[in-house]
Design a protein around this ligand. Structure first.
Ligand SMILES: NC(=O)c1ccc[n+]([C@@H]2O[C@H](COP(=O)([O-])OP(=O)(O)OC[C@H]3O[C@@H](n4cnc5c(N)ncnc54)[C@H](O)[C@@H]3O)[C@@H](O)[C@H]2O)c1
Ligand SMILES: [Zn+2]
Length: 364
């Protein structure tokens, strides 16, 4: 499956295909990029999936420098970025060279940031290896490192030249990371496409069993939905890219209020989606059946829909610092029905408290 992301002169394709990693060298050749490739990855992923990428690049006549970075969020620091710039320079990389990111969203965000800033922009090609990175982080051009005080604070928009999604790669993911990524898939259905949501509902058992044809169809469908959003709103200046923040205003705040220790991102988003669905009900925007469908699907995918406890005041404080705020007003992306969204501002703290209370323990 080849999904075009239509952005005029910055257009690119997302390739979704089992085994696609082995085609990266030939595809780079087709793009007529320079002969130097720098592969950014972490040690664990390098061992699992690095060899096929290096072999493909070398077979296409590219010189390859492998640049190992720390695992997970620890990669997204200024010190690691600086180390990467040094290594690019030492490898003789220039603006025609290509930085490839083999890994999850963390490796992708760091490598994308390095590519965006090195000589004001080298080629960037993500090879996402987590479900979250395949359906969300790798396309769209958002790159970032963390600031000691806030995640993703320092970054740039830098669109990739190509994205290669190999669904077979997620078969090696630990269970919790795998399920986490499914939350973003549900989110795409909830705010963008009711028929896709139906398909995910019907496919829940096959998805959690990691049936490869199902994974390929559902991951591909999610990439297609994200591509359409990027086309409409490449740099989150309008409301379309905002749509992807459904479940995230409360989800991010739940993560921040627990110092990112209690839930993975996807788990916090699942809880955020349920809380925001209840909020939509409270505000008279959606009915209880819409909430119930989201809750049932998340549960079927092994994601949490209830929290043991929530420190409501800490969550409210985190919401007040939401990076998406526009002129101090925090947006909530709510779903009036499956497949639709509405951005709502000026939600009262009392309504947020009630929504949070509804996900604690036994729910309503
Ligand atoms: N740029 C964007 O648009 C965007 C969007 C969403 C999230 N993000 C960012 O993505 C990051 C989270 O990404 P993530 O959820 O992919 O987690 P991650 O990148 O931290 O990876 C999670 C873990 O899985 C391991 N791993 C990755 N692929 C594997 C595989 N195929 N088999 C076995 N292990 C594997 C990694 O080594 C790591 O330990 C956050 O930093 C977040 O800010 C960015
Ligand atoms: Zn997310």
């Amino acid at each position: 499956m080849l999904i075009p992301v239509d952005l005029g002169p910055r257009s690119y394709s997302i390739v979704v295909e089992p085994g696609a990693l082995a085609s990266v060298g030939a595809r780079l050749r087709e793009l007529r990029v320079g002969s130097r490739a720098v592969l950014v990855t972490d040690a664990g992923i390098l061992k699992l999936h690095g060899q096929v990428v290096v072999a493909s690049l070398e077979a296409a006549g590219l010189s390859v420098t492998v640049l190992e970075v720390p695992d997970g969020e620890a990669a997204k620091t200024l010190a690691v970025a600086e180390h990467c710039w040094d290594r690019l320079l030492a490898a003789g990389a220039d603006r025609t060279s290509t930085v490839l990111a083999l890994g999850g969203g963390a490796v992708g965000d760091l490598a994308g940031f390095v590519a965006a800033t090195y000589m004001r922009g080298a080629n960037f090609v993500p090879l996402p290896t987590t479900v979250l990175a395949q359906v969300d982080a790798s396309s769209g051009g958002k790159t970032a490192i963390d600031h000691p005080k806030a995640k993703n604070l320092i970054g740039a928009f830098h669109q990739p030249r190509l994205v290669i999604v190999d669904p077979a790669v997620v078969l090696t993911l630990p269970d919790r990371d795998f399920r986490s990524g499914l939350a973003e898939i549900v989110k795409h259905g909830v705010v963008l496409d009711a028929a896709y949501f139906d398909d995910v509902e019907r496919s829940a058992a096959a998805l959690t069993a990691r049936d490869l044809p199902t994974l390929t169809r559902i991951i591909g469908g999610s990439c297609r939905l994200k591509a359409a959003v990027i086309h409409r709103d490449p740099e989150e200046k309008g409301e379309w890219r905002f749509a992807l923040n459904n479940g995230h205003t409360i989800g991010h705040a739940l993560e921040a209020a627990t110092r990112f220790e209690t839930w993975t991102h996807g788990e916090a988003v699942a809880l955020g989606m349920v809380a925001e669905a209840r909020l939509a009900e409270r505000l008279g925007l959606a009915d209880a059946a819409t909430t119930r469908r989201q809750e049932a699907l998340l549960r079927a995918l092994g994601l949490p829909v209830q929290a043991a406890a929530v420190e409501a005041e800490a969550v409210l404080a985190a919401i007040a610092h939401d990076k998406k705020a526009r002129d101090g007003r925090v947006p909530f992306v709510l779903a009036p029905s499956i497949g639709a969204f509405r951005v709502v501002y000026d939600v009262s703290p009392a309504d947020v408290r009630a929504a949070l209370a509804s996900i604690v323990g036994g729910g309503r």
